[in-house]
Every structure is written in structure tokens, then in C-alpha cells.
Ligand binder design. Structure first.
Ligand code: C2E
Ligand code: CA
Ligand code: CA
Ligand code: CA
Length: 278
């Protein structure tokens, strides 16, 4: 029998509000989603600012349900975390991402999001190892993105997983940097390879001088600690200018490319004019 997650509800009850009815519905449907092949991946490239070259791409999970339509990950990942499905979904994402990278994306590097709940499970390292072995992807091409939530708990299992994954040769990125309470403290607890500056800072970059100062400082700090910086959610050319001036390594966002299928990303890379910023 499948293991049961905490906080699991199995039926609709009259006392339930709209919100929890939706949750129960999503949970029930999510249990079938993998088997029915409803999950897929969308890829969003990272572009190195100076070289103006696609250097990596982030895998983002997508769920298309036959009647509910597209359900965003911001809605179903928390459900999966709560009802014990994140392990299976996370393993599928790792497997699929490595396979698509190896078969479609040439020698491009990739990154995969790993939820804090996944990070606390002992089986995660085996999932990563298996995804690499079955796809044939070299570990150096894979990066795992974790959020500050992982560092907040920093349980022995989570820290051990991080170190073991890094020991495989996989890179580790700290995602959504700057949104937590003691972001700077986390940097001392683990040697991250990449720091992803949260969209919230990028969004305020043009309107607020203090946001600009914060981003400059983050980039400089990362540089001193030997990490690269990636700014998320870049939507305007003027933001790109400020990020370039700050010395940010790479950018990601709808200005450059929205998330697309691996085949579409491949076509984009093949047609990419390296070194020529439009
Ligand atoms: P994230 O890891 O911070 O991913 C970035 C999100 O910002 C993505 O939303 C992406 O589509 C969106 N985005 C990118 N550029 C722009 C932009 O220029 N403007 C705006 N407004 N948005 C932009 P998405 O794909 O809906 O994912 C939302 C979150 O769900 C992710 O945030 C991540 O926390 C989670 N997620 C997505 N895929 C996975 C996965 O495979 N596993 C896990 N554990 N979490 C995932
Ligand atoms: Ca991410
Ligand atoms: Ca992020
Ligand atoms: Ca985010």
C-alpha cells in the first residue's frame, strides 16, 4: 500500500469550504496525474549577460488535467507536499528533465527545482543518482534549485542530502534569494554554486534606488563567495541594463523567453545569435 501523507483528507464533507474542496479534488486527481501522463515540463533559459549566450535552462513542471485544464505548480506543488505525492512527482521531474536534456538539449546545462519536503526525504539522493544513470546525463550538467525553506529547517537529513548531491558533481542553487528572514546566514551553511535573485527585487529595480543597492550588494557578495548570480523574472530591457551594470552573471525572464517545450527551446538555441544583444 502507498504511504499516507500527513494532513490527508479523503472525502468531501458539508463543513468544507470552497478552498478545501478544491484541495481534495486536486489531491484525488493528482494521484492519477502521473499514471495518466498529464504532467510535462516547460523549460526557461538562463542567458549569460556578457557573452549573451544561453547557458542553462530551468525545468518547470506543468499539469494539464482533462477537465480542470492547466493547474499551476504554485497550486498543486503545495498539495503534493501535503499529501505525500511530492516524492513521486519530484522523482518523475528529475528523471524526465535529465532525459529531455540528454536527448534534446545538446550539451546545455539544466536546473531542476527540489521542494523542501523532498529535501527532507532520505530517498532523494537515490532519485538523483537514478535520473543521471538512466539518462546518461553527466552530473556536471545538472543543478538542483532549493529554496530558503530548506535552510530554515536545515535538518540533518536535508543537509546530508545536499552534501551527497553536491558530492555526485551536481551543482546547487539557492532559489528565491532574499525573500526569507535570514538569507545571509544561509550562505555560510552551505557552499552554493548559484544564487538566484528573487523576482521581487528585479521588479522593484527601476522604481526604487534601495532595490538597486540591494541587488548590487547581493551580486558583489556572491562574487566574493565564488558564486554566480542569476536574476529571475526579468521583463524589461531597462532591468537588464541595471543587472548588467551590477555585474549579475545571468538573467532569466519573459523578456528573454517564457517557459517552452524542450524541442522549442532547442530551436531557440539553434537560432540564437550568440554575443548579439537585441
Ligand atoms: P520558481 O522556481 O521561482 O520559478 C519561476 C517562476 O516564475 C515560474 O513560474 C516561471 O514561469 C515564472 N516566471 C519566469 N519568468 C517570469 C517573468 O518574467 N515574469 C513573471 N511574472 N513570471 C516569470 P511557474 O512555472 O508557475 O512555477 C512557480 C513555482 O512553482 C516555481 O517558482 C517553483 O517554486 C514551483 N515549481 C515549478 N516547477 C517545479 C518542480 O518541478 N518542482 C518543484 N518542487 N517546484 C516547482
Ligand atoms: Ca526555481
Ligand atoms: Ca525562483
Ligand atoms: Ca519564486
Amino acid at each position: 500500500a502507498k504511504e499516507r501523507g500527513r494532513g490527508r483528507c479523503e472525502y468531501f464533507a458539508p463543513w468544507m469550504g470552497e478552498r478545501s474542496r478544491r484541495q481534495v479534488l486536486l489531491e484525488r486527481e493528482l494521484r492519477q496525474a502521473l499514471a495518466r501522463g498529464e504532467l510535462s515540463l516547460a523549460w526557461q533559459p538562463w542567458v549569460a549577460i556578457e557573452a549573451w549566450e544561453v547557458v542553462s535552462a530551468e525545468a518547470l513542471v506543468r499539469w494539464q488535467h482533462p477537465t480542470l485544464g492547466w493547474v499551476p505548480p504554485s497550486e498543486f506543488i503545495p498539495v503534493a507536499e501535503k499529501c505525500g505525492l511530492i516524492g513521486d512527482i519530484g522523482a518523475w521531474v528529475l528523471q524526465r528533465a535529465c532525459q529531455e536534456a540528454q536527448t534534446v538539449l545538446g550539451d546545455l546545462r539544466i536546473s531542476v527545482n527540489v521542494s523542501p519536503v523532498q529535501m527532507m526525504h532520505a530517498g532523494l539522493v537515490d532519485d538523483v543518482r537514478r535520473a543521471l544513470a538512466q539518462s546518461g546525463l553527466v552530473p556536471e550538467r545538472l543543478e538542483v534549485e532549493i529554496t530558503e525553506g530548506v535552510m530554515l529547517d536545515a535538518t540533518p537529513t536535508a543537509m546530508s542530502n545536499l552534501h551527497q548531491i553536491k558530492a555526485l558533481g551536481v551543482q546547487i542553487a539557492l532559489d528565491d534569494f532574499g525573500t526569507g528572514y535570514s538569507s545571509l546566514a544561509y550562505l555560510r551553511r552551505f557552499p552554493f554554486d548559484t544564487l538566484k535573485i528573487d523576482r521581487a527585487f528585479v521588479r522593484e529595480l527601476l522604481g526604487y534606488p534601495d532595490a538597486r543597492a540591494i541587488v548590487r550588494t547581493i551580486v558583489e557578495l556572491a562574487r566574493l563567495l565564488g558564486m554566480q548570480t542569476v536574476a529571475e523574472g526579468v521583463e524589461e530591457a531597462a532591468q537588464l541594463d541595471v543587472l548588467q551594470e551590477a555585474g549579475c552573471t545571468a538573467v532569466q525572464g519573459n523578456l528573454l523567453a517564457e517557459p517552452v517545450s524542450s524541442e522549442a527551446l532547442r530551436r531557440m538555441i539553434d537560432g540564437w545569435d550568440v554575443g548579439t544583444r537585441p
